[in-house]
Design a protein around this ligand. Sequence first.
Ligand code: PMP
Length: 427
Amino acid sequence: MNNIEFDKRHIWHPYTSSINPLPCYEVVHAEGTKITLADGSVVVDGMSSWWAAIHGYNHPKLNEAAKAQLDNFSHIMFGGLTHEPAIVLCKKLIALTPSGLNRVFLADSGSVAVEVAIKMALQYWACQGRTEKNRLLAPRNGYHGDTFAAMSVCDPINGMHSLFKNSLIEHFFAPAPQTRYGQKWNPDDVAPLQELLEANHHSIAALILEPVVQGAGGMRLYHPEYVKTCRQLCDQYDVLLICDEIATGFGRTGKLFACDHVQVSPDIMCLGKAITGGYMSLAATLCSDTVAQGVCEGSPGVFMHGPTFMGNPLACAVANASIDLLLSRNWQQEVNDIYQQLTQELASLQKHPAVADIRTLGAIGVVEMKQAVDVAKIQRVFIENGAWIRPFGKLIYVMPPFTASKQDITVLTQAIKAGIEATFSPS
Ligand code: PMP
Protein backbone atom coordinates (compact mmCIF):
# COMPACT_ATOMS: atom_id res chain seq x y z
CA MET A 1 0.00 0.00 0.00
CA ASN A 2 1.55 3.35 -0.92
CA ASN A 3 1.33 6.40 1.32
CA ILE A 4 -1.71 7.91 -0.35
CA GLU A 5 -3.60 4.59 -0.30
CA PHE A 6 -2.83 4.12 3.42
CA ASP A 7 -3.88 7.71 4.10
CA LYS A 8 -7.11 7.26 2.18
CA ARG A 9 -7.96 4.09 4.07
CA HIS A 10 -6.88 4.99 7.61
CA ILE A 11 -6.48 8.70 8.27
CA TRP A 12 -9.11 11.35 9.00
CA HIS A 13 -8.56 14.77 7.45
CA PRO A 14 -10.49 17.97 8.24
CA TYR A 15 -14.08 17.67 7.06
CA THR A 16 -13.68 14.68 4.80
CA SER A 17 -15.48 11.39 4.42
CA SER A 18 -13.96 8.02 5.29
CA ILE A 19 -16.27 6.43 2.73
CA ASN A 20 -15.71 8.79 -0.13
CA PRO A 21 -12.65 10.90 0.67
CA LEU A 22 -11.57 13.81 -1.46
CA PRO A 23 -8.20 13.42 -3.17
CA CYS A 24 -5.30 14.18 -0.87
CA TYR A 25 -1.81 15.21 -1.98
CA GLU A 26 1.38 14.26 -0.14
CA VAL A 27 3.70 17.15 0.73
CA VAL A 28 7.43 16.39 0.73
CA HIS A 29 8.79 19.89 1.29
CA ALA A 30 7.63 23.44 1.89
CA GLU A 31 9.80 26.52 1.65
CA GLY A 32 8.89 30.17 1.45
CA THR A 33 5.62 30.42 -0.43
CA LYS A 34 6.09 27.10 -2.26
CA ILE A 35 4.87 23.61 -1.41
CA THR A 36 6.47 20.59 -3.13
CA LEU A 37 4.21 17.60 -3.69
CA ALA A 38 5.32 13.97 -3.91
CA ASP A 39 4.88 13.91 -7.70
CA GLY A 40 7.42 16.74 -7.97
CA SER A 41 4.95 19.53 -8.67
CA VAL A 42 5.63 22.79 -6.88
CA VAL A 43 2.61 24.92 -6.00
CA VAL A 44 2.29 28.46 -4.66
CA ASP A 45 0.55 28.44 -1.29
CA GLY A 46 -2.71 30.37 -1.47
CA MET A 47 -3.96 29.32 1.97
CA SER A 48 -1.19 30.06 4.52
CA SER A 49 -2.28 26.69 5.96
CA TRP A 50 -5.62 28.32 6.88
CA TRP A 51 -4.59 31.87 7.86
CA ALA A 52 -1.52 30.74 9.78
CA ALA A 53 1.74 30.65 7.77
CA ILE A 54 2.09 34.41 7.33
CA HIS A 55 5.86 34.22 6.74
CA GLY A 56 5.70 31.17 4.46
CA TYR A 57 7.37 27.86 5.32
CA ASN A 58 10.77 26.79 6.60
CA HIS A 59 11.74 30.29 7.66
CA PRO A 60 15.33 30.45 9.00
CA LYS A 61 14.39 32.80 11.88
CA LEU A 62 11.54 30.58 13.08
CA ASN A 63 13.62 27.43 12.61
CA GLU A 64 16.40 29.00 14.66
CA ALA A 65 14.01 29.90 17.50
CA ALA A 66 12.52 26.39 17.55
CA LYS A 67 15.94 24.71 17.52
CA ALA A 68 17.32 26.92 20.28
CA GLN A 69 14.34 26.20 22.52
CA LEU A 70 14.46 22.47 21.65
CA ASP A 71 18.07 22.35 22.82
CA ASN A 72 16.98 23.88 26.13
CA PHE A 73 13.64 22.21 26.93
CA SER A 74 10.67 21.51 24.68
CA HIS A 75 7.83 21.18 27.17
CA ILE A 76 7.31 21.62 30.87
CA MET A 77 4.09 21.60 32.86
CA PHE A 78 2.65 25.09 33.36
CA GLY A 79 1.05 24.22 36.69
CA GLY A 80 3.30 25.86 39.28
CA LEU A 81 6.11 26.43 36.76
CA THR A 82 6.72 29.24 34.29
CA HIS A 83 9.39 30.14 31.73
CA GLU A 84 10.84 33.00 29.77
CA PRO A 85 9.35 32.12 26.34
CA ALA A 86 5.83 32.38 27.83
CA ILE A 87 6.63 35.54 29.80
CA VAL A 88 8.16 37.27 26.77
CA LEU A 89 5.21 36.22 24.60
CA CYS A 90 2.61 37.45 27.06
CA LYS A 91 4.42 40.80 27.38
CA LYS A 92 4.26 41.14 23.59
CA LEU A 93 0.58 40.15 23.39
CA ILE A 94 -0.41 42.59 26.13
CA ALA A 95 1.55 45.39 24.43
CA LEU A 96 0.23 44.74 20.92
CA THR A 97 -3.44 43.92 21.48
CA PRO A 98 -6.06 46.63 22.13
CA SER A 99 -5.63 48.40 25.46
CA GLY A 100 -6.89 46.83 28.67
CA LEU A 101 -6.27 43.18 27.78
CA ASN A 102 -3.81 42.46 30.55
CA ARG A 103 -4.12 38.80 31.42
CA VAL A 104 -3.29 35.92 29.07
CA PHE A 105 -4.40 32.28 29.02
CA LEU A 106 -2.13 30.27 26.70
CA ALA A 107 -4.24 27.59 25.06
CA ASP A 108 -3.21 24.89 22.61
CA SER A 109 -5.65 25.47 19.74
CA GLY A 110 -8.11 28.07 18.51
CA SER A 111 -11.15 26.06 19.52
CA VAL A 112 -9.79 25.70 23.05
CA ALA A 113 -9.12 29.46 23.18
CA VAL A 114 -12.83 29.95 22.38
CA GLU A 115 -13.90 27.39 25.01
CA VAL A 116 -11.74 29.28 27.51
CA ALA A 117 -13.27 32.63 26.49
CA ILE A 118 -16.80 31.28 26.91
CA LYS A 119 -15.97 29.67 30.26
CA MET A 120 -14.37 32.92 31.46
CA ALA A 121 -17.52 34.86 30.57
CA LEU A 122 -19.79 32.33 32.29
CA GLN A 123 -17.57 32.04 35.37
CA TYR A 124 -17.29 35.85 35.57
CA TRP A 125 -21.06 36.29 35.92
CA ALA A 126 -21.48 33.21 38.10
CA CYS A 127 -18.90 34.63 40.52
CA GLN A 128 -20.86 37.89 40.67
CA GLY A 129 -23.88 35.84 41.76
CA ARG A 130 -25.48 36.43 38.35
CA THR A 131 -25.88 32.74 37.44
CA GLU A 132 -28.88 33.60 35.24
CA LYS A 133 -26.45 35.27 32.79
CA ASN A 134 -25.54 31.93 31.23
CA ARG A 135 -26.26 32.34 27.53
CA LEU A 136 -24.18 33.74 24.67
CA LEU A 137 -25.25 36.01 21.83
CA ALA A 138 -23.64 35.68 18.40
CA PRO A 139 -24.31 37.00 14.91
CA ARG A 140 -25.44 34.38 12.37
CA ASN A 141 -22.82 33.06 9.92
CA GLY A 142 -20.19 33.00 12.64
CA TYR A 143 -17.61 30.24 13.07
CA HIS A 144 -15.60 29.71 16.24
CA GLY A 145 -14.30 26.13 16.16
CA ASP A 146 -15.31 22.49 16.37
CA THR A 147 -15.43 21.74 20.11
CA PHE A 148 -18.77 21.76 21.93
CA ALA A 149 -19.00 25.27 23.36
CA ALA A 150 -17.40 26.67 20.20
CA MET A 151 -19.89 24.78 18.01
CA SER A 152 -22.77 26.15 20.08
CA VAL A 153 -21.96 29.72 19.01
CA CYS A 154 -21.39 28.91 15.31
CA ASP A 155 -24.21 29.63 12.87
CA PRO A 156 -26.97 27.30 14.08
CA ILE A 157 -28.65 26.74 10.73
CA ASN A 158 -26.24 27.06 7.83
CA GLY A 159 -23.19 26.35 9.94
CA MET A 160 -21.06 23.25 9.88
CA HIS A 161 -22.52 21.85 13.08
CA SER A 162 -26.28 21.83 12.59
CA LEU A 163 -26.15 18.02 12.86
CA PHE A 164 -25.24 18.37 16.55
CA LYS A 165 -27.92 20.99 17.18
CA ASN A 166 -29.86 18.88 19.68
CA SER A 167 -26.79 18.30 21.84
CA LEU A 168 -25.71 21.94 21.95
CA ILE A 169 -26.66 24.57 24.48
CA GLU A 170 -29.08 26.99 22.85
CA HIS A 171 -27.84 30.53 22.57
CA PHE A 172 -29.20 33.73 21.03
CA PHE A 173 -28.41 34.55 17.42
CA ALA A 174 -28.77 37.92 15.70
CA PRO A 175 -28.90 38.33 11.91
CA ALA A 176 -25.41 38.51 10.38
CA PRO A 177 -24.01 42.00 9.71
CA GLN A 178 -25.14 43.15 6.26
CA THR A 179 -23.16 46.35 5.60
CA ARG A 180 -20.11 45.25 3.69
CA TYR A 181 -16.62 46.48 4.34
CA GLY A 182 -16.14 49.62 2.24
CA GLN A 183 -19.87 50.41 1.94
CA LYS A 184 -21.51 53.33 3.71
CA TRP A 185 -22.31 52.21 7.25
CA ASN A 186 -25.98 51.63 7.90
CA PRO A 187 -26.68 51.86 11.67
CA ASP A 188 -29.89 49.83 11.20
CA ASP A 189 -27.62 46.86 10.60
CA VAL A 190 -27.20 46.38 14.31
CA ALA A 191 -30.86 47.04 15.29
CA PRO A 192 -31.93 43.34 15.47
CA LEU A 193 -28.97 42.58 17.72
CA GLN A 194 -29.91 45.50 19.95
CA GLU A 195 -33.49 44.20 20.16
CA LEU A 196 -32.21 40.81 21.28
CA LEU A 197 -30.02 42.45 23.91
CA GLU A 198 -32.85 44.67 25.10
CA ALA A 199 -35.13 41.67 25.57
CA ASN A 200 -32.60 39.15 26.92
CA HIS A 201 -29.61 40.91 28.46
CA HIS A 202 -30.50 39.52 31.89
CA SER A 203 -29.63 36.06 30.64
CA ILE A 204 -26.74 36.97 28.30
CA ALA A 205 -23.17 36.61 29.57
CA ALA A 206 -21.34 37.69 26.43
CA LEU A 207 -21.60 38.62 22.79
CA ILE A 208 -19.09 36.69 20.69
CA LEU A 209 -18.13 37.71 17.16
CA GLU A 210 -15.37 37.54 14.57
CA PRO A 211 -14.55 41.21 13.98
CA VAL A 212 -14.77 42.42 10.35
CA VAL A 213 -14.30 38.99 8.70
CA GLN A 214 -16.72 36.12 9.20
CA GLY A 215 -14.41 33.34 8.03
CA ALA A 216 -15.53 29.72 7.74
CA GLY A 217 -19.16 30.90 7.97
CA GLY A 218 -18.94 32.44 4.49
CA MET A 219 -15.85 34.65 4.12
CA ARG A 220 -18.01 37.73 4.64
CA LEU A 221 -16.21 41.06 5.03
CA TYR A 222 -18.35 43.46 7.00
CA HIS A 223 -18.29 47.03 8.22
CA PRO A 224 -16.07 47.62 11.29
CA GLU A 225 -18.66 50.10 12.67
CA TYR A 226 -20.75 47.03 13.48
CA VAL A 227 -18.05 45.93 15.94
CA LYS A 228 -17.83 49.43 17.42
CA THR A 229 -21.59 49.59 17.94
CA CYS A 230 -21.51 46.13 19.52
CA ARG A 231 -18.92 47.41 22.00
CA GLN A 232 -21.24 50.31 22.94
CA LEU A 233 -24.25 48.01 23.25
CA CYS A 234 -22.35 45.54 25.42
CA ASP A 235 -21.45 48.38 27.79
CA GLN A 236 -25.04 49.63 27.77
CA TYR A 237 -26.54 46.20 28.54
CA ASP A 238 -23.88 44.85 30.90
CA VAL A 239 -22.76 42.08 28.58
CA LEU A 240 -19.12 41.08 27.93
CA LEU A 241 -17.69 41.38 24.40
CA ILE A 242 -15.59 38.45 23.12
CA CYS A 243 -13.70 39.12 19.87
CA ASP A 244 -12.51 36.00 18.11
CA GLU A 245 -9.42 37.15 16.19
CA ILE A 246 -8.10 33.64 15.64
CA ALA A 247 -8.26 34.12 11.87
CA THR A 248 -7.90 37.90 11.61
CA GLY A 249 -5.11 38.47 14.14
CA PHE A 250 -1.54 39.38 13.21
CA GLY A 251 -2.11 41.57 10.19
CA ARG A 252 -4.38 39.60 7.86
CA THR A 253 -6.96 42.39 7.40
CA GLY A 254 -4.36 45.15 7.00
CA LYS A 255 -4.42 46.09 10.70
CA LEU A 256 -2.53 44.12 13.34
CA PHE A 257 -5.93 43.09 14.77
CA ALA A 258 -9.31 43.54 13.08
CA CYS A 259 -10.51 45.43 16.21
CA ASP A 260 -7.92 48.08 15.32
CA HIS A 261 -10.06 49.16 12.33
CA VAL A 262 -12.27 50.95 14.88
CA GLN A 263 -10.12 51.01 18.03
CA VAL A 264 -12.35 48.57 19.88
CA SER A 265 -11.10 46.89 23.06
CA PRO A 266 -13.06 43.73 23.78
CA ASP A 267 -13.32 42.28 27.30
CA ILE A 268 -11.97 38.97 26.03
CA MET A 269 -9.99 38.28 22.85
CA CYS A 270 -9.05 34.97 21.23
CA LEU A 271 -5.89 34.57 19.14
CA GLY A 272 -4.40 31.57 17.36
CA LYS A 273 -3.34 30.42 13.89
CA ALA A 274 -0.74 33.07 12.85
CA ILE A 275 0.46 33.55 16.43
CA THR A 276 3.37 31.16 15.70
CA GLY A 277 3.52 31.98 11.99
CA GLY A 278 1.74 28.66 11.50
CA TYR A 279 4.61 26.62 12.96
CA MET A 280 3.08 25.17 16.11
CA SER A 281 -0.29 24.67 17.70
CA LEU A 282 -0.71 27.62 20.06
CA ALA A 283 -3.54 30.01 20.87
CA ALA A 284 -4.27 32.62 23.50
CA THR A 285 -7.27 34.09 25.28
CA LEU A 286 -6.65 37.56 26.68
CA CYS A 287 -8.96 39.31 29.10
CA SER A 288 -9.27 42.57 30.96
CA ASP A 289 -8.30 43.02 34.61
CA THR A 290 -12.00 43.36 35.45
CA VAL A 291 -12.82 39.98 33.90
CA ALA A 292 -9.74 38.31 35.43
CA GLN A 293 -10.59 39.61 38.88
CA GLY A 294 -14.30 38.84 38.55
CA VAL A 295 -13.62 35.25 37.47
CA CYS A 296 -11.59 34.58 40.61
CA GLU A 297 -13.87 36.20 43.16
CA GLY A 298 -15.82 33.88 45.40
CA SER A 299 -15.91 30.13 44.94
CA PRO A 300 -13.99 28.25 43.54
CA GLY A 301 -11.57 31.21 43.39
CA VAL A 302 -9.63 29.83 40.45
CA PHE A 303 -10.32 29.76 36.73
CA MET A 304 -11.36 26.20 35.95
CA HIS A 305 -9.26 25.30 32.91
CA GLY A 306 -5.70 23.98 32.47
CA PRO A 307 -4.64 21.96 29.43
CA THR A 308 -1.55 19.71 29.62
CA PHE A 309 0.22 21.57 26.84
CA MET A 310 -0.63 25.02 28.17
CA GLY A 311 2.14 27.52 27.49
CA ASN A 312 4.24 25.04 25.51
CA PRO A 313 7.73 26.64 25.52
CA LEU A 314 8.61 25.51 22.00
CA ALA A 315 5.45 27.09 20.63
CA CYS A 316 5.96 30.26 22.71
CA ALA A 317 9.57 30.60 21.48
CA VAL A 318 8.45 30.32 17.86
CA ALA A 319 5.58 32.76 18.50
CA ASN A 320 8.09 35.28 19.84
CA ALA A 321 10.25 34.89 16.75
CA SER A 322 7.22 35.12 14.47
CA ILE A 323 5.92 38.32 16.08
CA ASP A 324 9.41 39.89 16.03
CA LEU A 325 9.76 38.95 12.37
CA LEU A 326 6.37 40.41 11.49
CA LEU A 327 7.10 43.68 13.27
CA SER A 328 10.59 43.91 11.77
CA ARG A 329 9.17 43.89 8.24
CA ASN A 330 6.99 46.46 6.54
CA TRP A 331 4.06 44.04 6.81
CA GLN A 332 1.43 46.77 6.25
CA GLN A 333 3.00 47.47 2.85
CA GLU A 334 3.20 43.74 2.04
CA VAL A 335 -0.45 43.19 2.94
CA ASN A 336 -1.55 46.32 1.10
CA ASP A 337 0.37 45.28 -2.04
CA ILE A 338 -1.34 41.88 -1.94
CA TYR A 339 -4.70 43.60 -1.43
CA GLN A 340 -4.16 45.91 -4.43
CA GLN A 341 -3.05 43.08 -6.68
CA LEU A 342 -5.81 40.65 -5.66
CA THR A 343 -8.42 43.40 -6.12
CA GLN A 344 -7.12 44.28 -9.56
CA GLU A 345 -6.52 40.76 -10.87
CA LEU A 346 -9.77 39.24 -9.57
CA ALA A 347 -11.93 42.14 -10.82
CA SER A 348 -12.34 40.73 -14.35
CA LEU A 349 -14.06 37.64 -12.88
CA GLN A 350 -16.97 39.82 -11.77
CA LYS A 351 -18.35 39.52 -15.32
CA HIS A 352 -18.18 35.72 -15.38
CA PRO A 353 -21.71 34.30 -15.49
CA ALA A 354 -20.92 31.68 -12.81
CA VAL A 355 -19.47 34.23 -10.35
CA ALA A 356 -21.78 35.76 -7.74
CA ASP A 357 -19.40 38.11 -5.97
CA ILE A 358 -15.78 39.18 -5.55
CA ARG A 359 -14.48 40.61 -2.28
CA THR A 360 -11.04 41.57 -1.04
CA LEU A 361 -9.62 42.96 2.18
CA GLY A 362 -6.02 42.93 3.39
CA ALA A 363 -4.34 39.73 2.23
CA ILE A 364 -7.68 38.01 1.58
CA GLY A 365 -9.34 37.45 -1.79
CA VAL A 366 -12.72 35.75 -2.14
CA VAL A 367 -14.58 34.63 -5.25
CA GLU A 368 -18.10 33.50 -4.42
CA MET A 369 -19.64 31.30 -7.11
CA LYS A 370 -23.37 31.01 -7.76
CA GLN A 371 -23.16 27.24 -7.25
CA ALA A 372 -21.06 24.93 -5.13
CA VAL A 373 -17.56 24.22 -6.40
CA ASP A 374 -16.53 20.68 -7.36
CA VAL A 375 -13.53 20.68 -5.02
CA ALA A 376 -11.76 17.58 -6.39
CA LYS A 377 -12.08 18.73 -9.99
CA ILE A 378 -11.14 22.37 -9.51
CA GLN A 379 -8.23 21.53 -7.23
CA ARG A 380 -6.68 19.40 -9.95
CA VAL A 381 -6.80 22.43 -12.27
CA PHE A 382 -5.34 24.67 -9.56
CA ILE A 383 -2.41 22.27 -9.09
CA GLU A 384 -1.84 22.00 -12.84
CA ASN A 385 -1.65 25.79 -12.79
CA GLY A 386 0.86 25.81 -9.94
CA ALA A 387 -1.43 26.85 -7.07
CA TRP A 388 -2.57 25.38 -3.75
CA ILE A 389 -6.10 26.66 -3.10
CA ARG A 390 -8.73 24.82 -1.10
CA PRO A 391 -12.30 25.98 -1.84
CA PHE A 392 -15.36 25.14 0.22
CA GLY A 393 -19.03 25.34 -0.69
CA LYS A 394 -19.45 28.16 -3.20
CA LEU A 395 -16.26 29.89 -2.09
CA ILE A 396 -12.89 30.01 -3.78
CA TYR A 397 -10.63 32.10 -1.59
CA VAL A 398 -6.98 32.87 -1.04
CA MET A 399 -5.11 34.21 1.98
CA PRO A 400 -1.47 33.87 0.93
CA PRO A 401 1.59 34.36 3.14
CA PHE A 402 2.46 38.06 3.44
CA THR A 403 5.79 37.21 1.81
CA ALA A 404 4.05 36.27 -1.47
CA SER A 405 5.70 37.95 -4.47
CA LYS A 406 3.81 39.70 -7.27
CA GLN A 407 4.45 36.65 -9.39
CA ASP A 408 3.03 34.33 -6.70
CA ILE A 409 -0.19 36.35 -6.54
CA THR A 410 -0.51 36.25 -10.30
CA VAL A 411 -0.08 32.45 -10.23
CA LEU A 412 -2.95 32.29 -7.72
CA THR A 413 -5.32 34.59 -9.60
CA GLN A 414 -4.55 32.93 -12.96
CA ALA A 415 -5.16 29.51 -11.40
CA ILE A 416 -8.52 30.69 -10.03
CA LYS A 417 -9.49 31.90 -13.49
CA ALA A 418 -8.33 28.64 -15.11
CA GLY A 419 -10.19 26.59 -12.48
CA ILE A 420 -13.41 28.50 -13.02
CA GLU A 421 -13.09 28.29 -16.81
CA ALA A 422 -12.44 24.55 -16.67
CA THR A 423 -15.18 23.64 -14.21
CA PHE A 424 -17.92 26.21 -14.66
CA SER A 425 -18.00 26.96 -18.39
CA PRO A 426 -21.00 25.60 -20.26
CA SER A 427 -19.81 22.55 -22.23
N1 PMP B 1 -12.27 30.82 15.43
C1 PMP B 1 -12.08 31.17 14.15
C2 PMP B 1 -12.53 32.54 13.71
C3 PMP B 1 -11.48 30.31 13.25
O1 PMP B 1 -11.32 30.68 11.97
C4 PMP B 1 -11.04 29.04 13.71
C5 PMP B 1 -10.37 28.03 12.79
N2 PMP B 1 -10.81 27.99 11.50
C6 PMP B 1 -11.25 28.70 15.06
C7 PMP B 1 -11.86 29.62 15.88
C8 PMP B 1 -10.82 27.36 15.60
O2 PMP B 1 -9.45 27.27 15.63
P1 PMP B 1 -8.72 25.83 15.61
O3 PMP B 1 -9.00 25.24 14.26
O4 PMP B 1 -7.27 26.15 15.83
O5 PMP B 1 -9.30 25.02 16.71
